[in-house]
Design a protein around this ligand. Structure first.
Ligand SMILES: Nc1nc2c(ncn2[C@@H]2O[C@H](COP(=O)(O)OP(=O)(O)OP(=O)(O)O)[C@@H](O)[C@H]2O)c(=O)[nH]1
Ligand SMILES: [Mg+2]
Length: 369
């Protein structure tokens, strides 16, 4: 009885200690199995589209005839306005995959007799991610949807036409004229997402970026032992127990001279530019991994010098392989950045990595506010 009480007290104290140390929110692991369906959606960050506003409804020509009042007057109603095409920034939308290439708002209804006006068409509201930049056909930035709920009218609908009651004058009591509804605007745009993910995985081909993204999230980028398996960015969400979600992007591999458009080049470096924190991922089984780190940092600095000032850390991947331990010790001597050794394939040390990622993420939020 006495020993039991001691054990209970001890257990209680260890639990207390555990919770007092736990300042950083813990990552949550999804218990739901990943989908086995073959088509994998990759992240769509750029889309060209044509937006057409709805046409206004036509006005109506009509003359009212009543019992014992044959000429009761013109009573043609106005047409309703056509709908606008509107882009609305929405936090729940993560990419542009569901934005159609051709968007047409509804037409307004026609006016009818007895002064009945046609119904205005509903606006066609398309949800886009927060941070979407809208460019017109000439490439000029015409909209920047940076906060939740902000809207951009892409194509205005046509106004409804007037019915013949509108044209009654002192001299013309029975006008047989009305207006057609105006046609809606038809414009071309390119949408581009500015802030694709909070954290970007940067590394050489085959470093294990996709394997890591699969390990930490429900995303399913292809993994294979040859370079340039990933040709387009993938984004996975990491969830924490305070309900915060961090978007992690797996970007196609960088190679020397990427800033000169070698390999997949500049179009993916621009994504790095938008990530709040950067994770360099190195294959520790390769010879002199610190040289790879230097190359990655050089490429980023050539593209944009400010990138090196972002919160960042080094992920020493493939630590399960024989030669990695020795390389890790040497790597520590070559860099001041924080190094987290992991094995993405075997899931070693992933929780520690996610804790550090959360710290980086919190830092980047503090810096921006
Ligand atoms: N032993 C071991 N192998 C790993 C580990 N992580 C990744 N690999 C292997 O490394 C190879 C490349 O992994 P990927 O995740 O496709 O690499 P990547 O960086 O996405 O490559 P690209 O998409 O071509 O840029 C695969 O055969 C993985 O199984 C690890 O921690 N340990
Ligand atoms: Mg990959």
């Amino acid at each position: 009885m006495f020993f039991n009480r001691i054990r209970i007290t001890l257990n209680f104290t260890t639990t207390l200690c555990k919770y007092s140390q736990q300042k950083v929110p813990q990552p949550l692991r999804s218990k739901k199995p990943k989908s086995t369906k073959t088509p994998v959606q990759n992240f769509v960050d750029l889309k060209s589209l044509r937006a057409t506003g709805g046409r206004g409804g036509d006005g109506c020509i009509s003359f009212l005839r009543l019992w014992s009042n044959e000429f009761a007057g013109p009573d043609g109603g106005d047409g309703g306005n056509g709908g606008h095409v509107i882009f609305k920034a929405c936090v729940a939308t993560k990419d542009l995959i569901n934005v159609p290439a051709v968007i047409r708002a509804k037409d307004g209804e026609k006016g009818t007799n007895k002064d009945c006006h046609g119904k205005n068409a509903d606006h066609c509201i398309i949800d886009v991610p927060v941070g979407t930049v809208v460019k017109n056909a000439t490439g000029k930035v015409v909209g920047d949807l940076t906060t939740e709920g902000i809207m951009f009218v892409a194509a205005r609908g046509g106004a409804g036409g007037k019915g013949n009651h509108f044209f009654v004058t002192d001299t013309e009591q029975a006008p047989e004229v009305c207006e057609y509804g105006a046609v809606g605007e038809e414009l071309e745009y390119t949408l581009e997402i500015r802030s694709m993910a909070h954290v970007g995985l940067i590394g050489f081909p085959n470093a294990g970026k996709s394997t890591l993204l699969r390990a930490v999230s429900r995303a399913r980028p292809k993994v294979a032992p040859y370079p340039f398996t990933t040709l387009k960015p993938y984004v996975g969400m990491v969830q924490y127990d305070d309900y915060e979600q961090i978007a992690v992007a797996d970007l196609p591999g960088l190679i020397p001279d990427s800033h000169k458009n070698r390999g997949l080049g500049i179009q993916f470096l621009k994504h790095v530019e938008r990530c709040a924190a950067l994770l360099y991922i190195l294959d520790m089984s390769s010879e002199k991994p610190w040289e790879y780190l230097e190359t990655l940092r050089y490429e980023l600095s050539q593209f944009n010098e400010n990138l090196l000032e972002r919160p960042q850390l080094v992920i020493a991947n493939k630590i399960d392989l024989a030669e990695s331990e020795a390389n890790l010790e040497l790597l520590k001597q070559h860099t001041d950045l924080k190094i987290i050794p992991i094995s993405a394939k075997l899931g070693m040390n992933i929780s520690e990595l996610l804790r550090e990622v959360r710290i980086l993420y919190d830092q980047s939020i503090d810096n921006s506010s």
